[in-house]
Design a protein around this ligand. Structure first.
Ligand code: PAF
Length: 254
């Protein structure tokens, strides 16, 4: 990271776009990088499986890691710089310093995964400071994360614009996620029901019931900010998704 910081000093007069990732890249990440490529002179991608945002050590250890493949994808996409810091470089003082939010991070992902948003905000603050990018790109699949980060950047006067990007989906409707790789083929087919049920259910109680009947273990289904959110377990893998309530109404009238 030291070399990068020295090099970063030398970059003047070029716009920089950042795509922070935890690797195991898929088409969803590619869409972020492609947009970043269009909107900036230089594209920086970080790959760091951030231990501080995992409350379950099993989840951390089985998180897919595909570095060589990721680097090949990023080269094809025309990425200028890929930063792959180690945990020691990111947390030289261990977890001595951390950021806490006391509002919207207390619901959904924050409530069900204690420490998750502390870990995310702390690492994203570090990554934003490392890259000092003009723009940083985040997917709407992690909508609550996107909200927390957008508010954090505003609150701390961080001069990076946070760019929200639409969720990329498989044809079946399944939201693209690195965790999908951990599902069996049958699980992947079944997981397509999450999006369908969110879109088709008249309310969250009905959505919960249908998902449970289909064999999902529901962590939560809630509505906030004009959106419907779900977190479910399938084959022991935790999957999240969300949709805009406007899209339900469109689907109902068309
Ligand atoms: O969304 C992710 O992949 C991670 O939460 C992020 C933003 C890269 C921070 O580790």
């Amino acid at each position: 990271m030291k070399e990068w910081l020295v090099y970063r000093q030398s970059l003047q007069g070029q716009t920089i776009g950042l795509v922070p990732t935890m690797g195991a890249l898929h088409r969803g990440h590619a869409a972020l990088v492609e947009r970043c490529r269009k909107e900036n002179d230089l594209v920086v991608v970080t790959i760091f499986v951030n231990p501080s945002q995992f409350n379950d050590p099993k989840d951390l250890s089985r998180y897919p890691r595909t570095l060589e493949q990721d680097l090949a994808i990023l080269e094809q996409l025309g990425t200028d710089h890929v930063l792959v810091p180690s945990a020691e470089e990111m947390y030289p003082e261990g977890y001595r310093f951390r950021l806490k939010e006391d509002g919207i991070s207390n619901i959904m992902e924050g409530l069900h995964r204690p420490g998750f948003f502390e870990g995310v905000m702390t690492v994203v603050l570090k990554l934003l400071n490392l890259a000092r990018a003009d723009k940083a790109y985040f997917g709407e699949k992690d909508y609550q994360q996107l909200q927390v980060i957008t508010d954090m950047v505003s609150e701390f006067f961080i001069p990076t614009e946070i760019i929200p990007c639409k969720t990329e989906r498989e044809e079946s409707g399944l939201a693209l996620s690195s965790r999908n790789a951990l599902l069996s083929d049958a699980g992947r087919n079944k997981a397509a029901a999450i999006h369908r049920v969110l879109m088709e259910s008249p309310d969250i109680a009905a959505a919960r019931l249908t998902l449970e009947e289909l064999g999902f273990q529901v962590d939560y289904i809630e509505e906030h900010w004009g959106r419907r959110f779900a977190a479910v377990f399938l084959e022991g893998i935790r999957l999240i998704d969300n949709i805009s309530l406007k899209d339900i109404h469109h689907a109902a009238v068309s």
